[in-house]
Design a protein around this ligand. Structure first.
Ligand SMILES: [Zn+2]
Length: 373
């Protein structure tokens, strides 16, 4: 028999004095089992630990929740005991039921959201109906029925396309579609972004995601189009001298620059961080986590902001609590923003403002130059 094929892992778990040790001894004797104990693993990881039941349990929990800290029992218990975030109201039964009713809201077969992609769902169903009718027995006018239903499908598909922002072109002509409900600044940016696609990606087939989170890959078509829009609306030769006139690096400077260039706060904040008056990052979070971020050129890749807002951050209190926008930078431990083993050694400054009901924008200024080594 092949040794590798006969390899087995047996997990033994149970209450105290339930016979785990006796069972393990039998496995060792009769089947030559190699025994790995949780206790030994903890002691190997933490050699100075007190060999006592409660300490080992605590150490095990701690190791389980590190290094991502996606579940932080200390913070959860602080919320439970109302030591922190008392002002944040718990969701009511109706709100929770509403949330569960529409989640998940995606058809597993097609990946379409039954609410957000209603036009595409209708287009698909109309085309399925057209094919079904055409294949039905006993229909004499099935070609006409097919054509009529297929036209309904194509009409919904076209409506879905034109409802989305984007560009559609042929030869030297193109139509740019922007969301009419957006602000004038938003529309200017969308047109500039689509011109970026026209300039760089003409003749290629791609789906524009101008509304969605900024992709991290610099060469992705969306980042290229964003770069084109920023160069067009905030060219460096005009932007950098205005940055130098700003007394401080903060949201007051972002607002002043956005007013000068008639651009949105987010696009201006990204341009400001990339122009690097100080080493910094701009990070955007929604309630479900980080949406996008941008770094100054001198800030290395290892400084990657956490997926979810840390409860220690000021941004957390603004997004989930009743705190108002920060008017100035606050000092905070870098481990509140970065999930790295050495982050707790450094401090940086944070300033956060709410940009939508459920979206927050944060400027992080790297003040400790050791973070740039
Ligand atoms: Zn795009």
């Amino acid at each position: 028999m092949n040794d590798q094929a006969s390899f087995r892992v047996v997990l033994v778990s149970g209450a105290i004095c339930s016979g785990k040790s006796a069972l393990v001894e039998l496995l060792r004797e009769k089947h030559d089992a190699m025994v790995i104990k949780t206790k030994d693993l903890i002691i190997r990881k933490l050699p100075k630990i007190k060999i006592e039941r409660r300490s080992l349990q605590r150490a095990g929990e701690k190791l389980d929740t590190r290094p991502t800290r996606s579940i932080n029992h200390r913070l959860i218990s602080e919320v439970r005991s109302e030591k922190k975030h008392k002002a944040v109201k718990a969701a009511g039964a109706d709100q929770l039921a509403d949330f569960l009713r529409c989640w998940p809201d995606v058809d597993v077969e097609t990946g379409l959201s039954l609410r957000g992609d209603e036009l595409l769902v209708k287009a698909r169903e109309a085309m399925i109906a057209a094919v079904h009718n055409f294949n039905s027995a006993g229909l004499n006018f099935r070609a006409e029925i097919f054509i009529t239903t297929a036209m309904i499908a194509w009409t919904y598909l076209c409506h879905s396309w034109f409802k989305r922002e984007g560009i559609i072109g042929r030869d030297n002509q193109a139509i740019i579609t922007v969301n009419s409900r957006g602000s004038d600044r938003r529309k200017r940016y969308s047109v500039a972004h689509e011109l970026g696609h026209w300039h760089h990606h003409r003749g290629k087939c791609l789906v524009c995601r101008v509304e969605e989170a900024r992709p991290q890959t610099a060469l992705s078509p969306e980042r290229v189009a964003d770069g084109y829009a920023a160069d067009l609306l905030m060219p460096w030769y005009l932007f950098k001298p205005r940055v130098r006139q700003q007394p401080k690096f903060n949201f007051a400077a972002v607002t002043a620059l956005a007013d000068m260039f008639d651009t949105s706060l987010t696009a201006t904040a990204i341009r400001l961080v990339e122009s690097e008056p100080v080493p910094s990052l701009v990070v955007c979070h929604g309630r479900s986590g980080r949406r996008w971020f941008a770094r100054s050129p001198s800030v290395q890749d290892r400084w990657f902001p956490r997926d979810t807002l840390d409860a220690e951050s000021y941004a957390f209190d603004i997004l989930f609590g009743t705190a108002k926008d920060d008017t100035q930078h606050h000092k905070i431990g870098a481990d509140a923003w970065f999930d790295r083993w050495d982050a707790e050694k450094y401090e940086l400054t944070e300033q956060s403002i709410r940009i939508r009901a459920s979206e927050i924008l944060t400027l992080l200024q790297i003040t400790d130059t050791r973070m740039l080594d």
